[in-house]
Design a protein around this ligand. Structure first.
Ligand code: IPM
Ligand code: MG
Length: 400
């Protein structure tokens, strides 16, 4: 192929992407309304096990929800609905990130609790299909990835708002090898997409009496898309006069998270997709490991709650699935409860998690046979949840 032809083909490819994205902008402009859970007669929670350690840990989170919601389930106010089929084997069979029938079932729920799913990469035994996570976030328009990280003894209380439907992810499977030697990927930012995540972060700060929001980009280098994110931040911030904001570049922010003198100052951190992916793993590690942080994927119509980590197929291959730590997905379940309006139950679950994972730590998980199993952890957590003096115990640790 001559250069001219190569350029024409690339233009055609790019043209299609632009058309797709313009349609998405129109959809965002048309707007959607937030679901009001207090107005629903019945809330349907889909439970999707996923791959690898997913079904192991998801089962424990489901049991916790069944326990906390037993009255609501008995009265029919809440339904927990098992959705099978979001496995790498099934996805490969139909060569889709999410098989159509699974997606249709998910769309019949209001919220979803999801175990991790395998994201193939080149060289894996699987074809290199799109990540189920990325597809779900796009298909359900789950634009906000909300990830809290806390280390009370170090004064750390961070809330990350990661943009979840744009950036380097949205066209991550639509890059182009223009020639054998030249590859392009695309990064996308829209005014609407940036504004809605930034607004959510500022709203969170306002509601919780937090006086500062930190915006993280690399706008000095990635001038167009990150530049847009930052300029929209400036605009949104004007609507929140009581809240100050600062902007950081992702490289120095990565360093500051491990600076014991500065990191306490960060509270609400809002950032584009890929930076959010990386920074939240770092933050989770500071909290005690990626097994310990929950993750909410919030959209106006749907929401999905999950662990922050992946499906760890190696653990299952090595026969260690039962040692996987379920606390990350159980934190996701606590966020789910909060999201559907079960605020007190969510608080109680969070207290029990704090007591088991941060304060009392009666059992230790290592992911191996020298540590506890997920079932042992789940039993410990359930017992803690049922302690009458849970709140006092939690408070006594807060003071300590
Ligand atoms: C996460 C995960 C996903 C992501 C993967 C599984 C596609 O790392 O939720 O952070 O990159 O967003
Ligand atoms: Mg990640």
């Amino acid at each position: 192929m001559g250069n001219e032809e190569v350029v024409e083909k690339a233009k055609e490819h790019f043209g299609k992407l632009v058309e797709e994205q313009l349609k998405r902008v129109d959809k965002m402009k048309a707007g959607d309304a937030w679901v009001d859970y207090s107005n629903l007669d019945r809330i349907v929670i889909g439970v999707v096990g996923g791959d690898g350690i997913g079904p192991y840990i998801c089962k424990h989170a489901e049991n916790v929800l069944r326990f906390l919601l037993k009255d609501e389930i008995a009265s029919g106010k809440v339904e927990l609905r098992q959705i099978d089929g979001l496995t790498i084997e099934n996805r490969v069979k139909v060569m889709k990130a999410i098989p159509d029938d699974v997606l249709a079932k998910i769309k019949e729920c209001h919220v979803v609790l999801k175990g991790p799913t395998t994201t193939p990469k080149k060289g894996d035994p699987w074809p290199n299909i799109e990540s189920a996570n990325v597809a779900m976030r796009r298909e359900l328009d789950l634009f906000a990835n909300v990830r809290p990280v806390k280390v009370p003894e170090d004064g750390i209380d961070w809330m990350f708002f990661r943009e979840n439907t744009e950036g380097s992810y949205i066209l991550g499977s639509k890059g182009v090898n223009v020639t054998d030697d030249l590859a392009f990927d695309f990064c996308v930012a829209t005014s609407q997409g940036s504004e809605r995540i930034l607004r959510l972060a500022f709203e969170h700060a306002k509601k919780n009496g937090i006086k500062k929001v930190s915006v993280v980009t690399k706008a000095n280098v990635v001038k167009t898309t990150d530049g847009k994110f930052l300029s929209i931040a400036e605009k949104v911030a004007k609507d929140y006069p009581g809240i100050s904001w600062d902007d950081w570049f992702i490289d120095i922010m990565t360093a500051k998270l491990i600076d014991p003198y500065r990191r306490k100052d960060f509270k609400v951190i809002v950032l584009p997709n890929l930076y959010g992916d990386i920074l939240t793993d770092e933050a989770a590690q500071i909290q005690g490991g990626v097994g310990t942080a929950g993750s909410a994927n919030i959209g106006m119509r749907y929401s999905m709650f999950e662990a922050i980590h992946g499906s760890a197929p190696r653990m299952v291959d090595e026969g260690r699935g039962q040692y996987a730590d379920p606390s990350s997905i159980i934190k996701g379940a606590a966020m789910l409860l909060n999201h559907i309006g079960e605020v007190e139950k969510a608080e109680r679950l969070e207290m029990a998690l704090d007591v088991c994972c941060q304060f009392e730590k009666r059992i230790k998980m290592t992911g191996r046979s020298d540590g506890a199993t997920g079932s042992e952890f789940a039993a410990y957590l359930m017992e803690t949840l049922q302690r009458k003096d849970l709140e006092q115990i939690w408070r006594s640790f807060q003071k300590a």
